[in-house]
Design a protein around this ligand. Structure first.
Ligand code: C5P
Length: 288
């Protein structure tokens, strides 16, 4: 068996934190969107038992430490199917530690392939449950598209697709630790919360302006000032004509929404002078 799957990056159109849970995680309310920036994940059976992972980024874990390997191990543990030897090859396009769910998306791509190959009768919801055992963003990444994610990130409600638009994503060179940023959050002290209900209504009406007006990520409120590049890139996106701009996930990647291709392409080109990693993207809907 050899199968190749696209693992799409995600952006948070809205990210809200509702409270800290007894298990140490946080209850979230997020509007997630897949974009056409994707890693290529190839899975082949191999004679040796266990999972080996190869990636084109030498510093990523190659063995069981890689989230793609963890996803494969969980799949066989949960289904009770015999665990064949697997070789996973990941060609990275999604920037690492950017808030774009690159690792979670690779894990989710592995789960989709294994379901197709070994358990086609399994309900998508069951695959998402297995994903939740691998990481908080994995259930969403299994399904992709435009989704409201709640709870730890495992309660998913499909939303109408984001209207056609262009997205310019800038990944500053700094990196942010997700657990450290969560630790900064005092929910009662957050100054603003995104209007998630208003955003879902705007999605239902296909109102791009209404969606753009409501882009908001509460992590920006607690991001230490040393991550000044995040705020600089947001301002730069707005100066170059974005309808709105926001950080995604726990950052540091930021993105801007554009209605038309030409101004978005020009902004992406101009922003390369300020930021080494700039991506020109469209919304995407993965094939299940
Ligand atoms: O689930 P995952 O391993 O992706 O989460 C990484 C870290 O992010 C967790 O250890 C936790 O500190 C934080 N987190 C959280 N609440 C969530 C998701 C993640 O506190 N809903």
């Amino acid at each position: 068996m050899t199968c190749t799957e696209s693992a799409y990056a995600k952006l948070n159109l809205a990210l809200d934190i509702l409270g800290r849970r007894p298990d140490g995680y946080h209850d979230m309310r997020m509007v997630m969107q897949s974009i056409d920036l994707a890693d290529r994940v190839t899975i082949s059976s191999q004679a040796e038992p266990g999972v080996s992972v190869n990636t084109d980024l030498p510093y990523l874990p190659r063995g069981e430490g890689n989230i793609a390997a963890k996803a494969a191990a969980r799949f066989f543990e949960e289904t009770g199917l015999p665990f064949p030897g697997l070789a996973i090859d990941i060609q990275k396009q999604i920037p690492v530690c950017a808030g774009m769910a690159g690792g979670s998306s690779d894990g989710a791509a592995v789960l989709r392939v294994l379901r197709r190959a070994c358990a086609p009768e399994m309900a998508l919801e069951r695959l998402e449950e297995i994903g939740a055992l691998v990481g908080s963003d994995v259930p969403y990444c299994v399904r992709g598209g435009t989704v409201l994610a709640e709870g730890r990130g495992e309660r998913l409600s499909e939303l109408p697709p984001l209207p056609p638009c262009w997205l310019v994503v800038c990944k500053p060179s700094c990196s942010v630790s997700t657990p450290e940023l969560f630790a900064q959050v005092r929910v009662k002290k957050l100054r603003c919360h995104p209007d998630v209900t208003g955003m879902t209504a705007a999605l239902e009406q296909g109102d791009l302006e209404g969606i753009a007006r409501r882009l908001y990520n509460v992590f920006e409120d607690v991001l230490p000032r040393r991550y000044i590049q995040v705020f600089e890139m947001k301002s730069a996106l707005l100066e170059h004509g974005a309808m709105a701009a926001s950080m995604t996930g726990s950052g540091p990647a930021v993105f801007g929404i554009f209605r038309d291709e030409e101004p978005a392409a020009q902004a992406a080109e101009a922003l390369q002078a300020q930021c080494a990693s700039v991506f020109f993207c469209r919304p995407a809907q993965p094939q299940l």
